[in-house]
Design a protein. Structure first.
Length: 215
């Protein structure tokens, strides 16, 4: 299976106040710098305070008492968000992203689960013990820019993405996996597009025409 980076428990204000680093190396994902750690994935508990939906895009804004951040999904991945509603308390695991159109950070979700409100208070106590009482911040979460962002950040079917990542992980014998082998194994009209998306996102890289995981 594909190895994943640690999903760190943070205040949302920790994310928004951190520098977002676009990695120049082949082997490192983009990340924020916080407490001397390079953090690309987060584990958040927060309340949903806003929701926006279009045919191929869904987003929510979440608040954990320290700040707010947008959570965005495209195409078939939007189903991760679609079952949430304003007022829900959720557990969210996802990747920190930054759109090319503006400096705001957002989270691309991998898992969203509705949970009891008591867990929000429990998480706040945990974070206060770990990091102290946060400085309360506010950001401008503007939905009017989302239609533009859809053109800039295209995310494909999670199942197809997972199949490709796991295939490369299992078949790579140190020299990578060819596109031909991937196309033969994963018979989908989206396979080639997904490979390009994964290259752009830094999840995989190409060496001598063969693909390897970015671990």
């Amino acid at each position: 299976m594909v190895s994943r980076s640690i999903a760190y428990k943070l205040w949302i204000s920790n994310i928004n106040s951190s520098n977002y680093i676009k990695s120049s190396g082949e082997f490192d994902p983009n990340y924020i710098e916080f407490n001397s750690k390079k953090i690309s994935r987060v584990n958040l508990i927060a309340a949903v305070i806003d929701k926006y939906e279009k045919e191929n895009y869904s987003s929510i804004v979440i608040d954990d008492g320290s700040s707010q951040i947008s959570v965005k999904s495209w195409n078939e991945d939007k189903k991760i968000i679609d079952k949430t509603n304003v007022g829900d308390v959720i557990l969210l695991i996802g990747k920190i992203r930054q759109n090319n159109m503006n400096p705001y950070l957002f989270v691309q979700p991998e898992i969203i689960r509705k949970i009891d409100e008591k867990w929000l208070m429990a998480r706040k106590k945990d974070l206060e013990r770990e990091y102290g009482i946060p400085e309360i911040t506010s950001i401008d979460n503007r939905h009017e820019d989302d239609e533009i962002k859809i053109e800039e950040v295209k995310v494909s079917s999670e199942s197809t993405r997972t199949k490709i990542l796991n295939l490369i992980d299992n078949m790579d014998r140190d020299d990578g996996v060819s596109k031909e082998d991937i196309m033969k194994s994963i018979k989908s009209s989206k396979t080639e597009d997904v490979i390009e998306e994964l290259l752009k996102e830094g999840e995989i890289f190409e060496v001598n025409g063969r693909y390897k995981l970015l671990k």
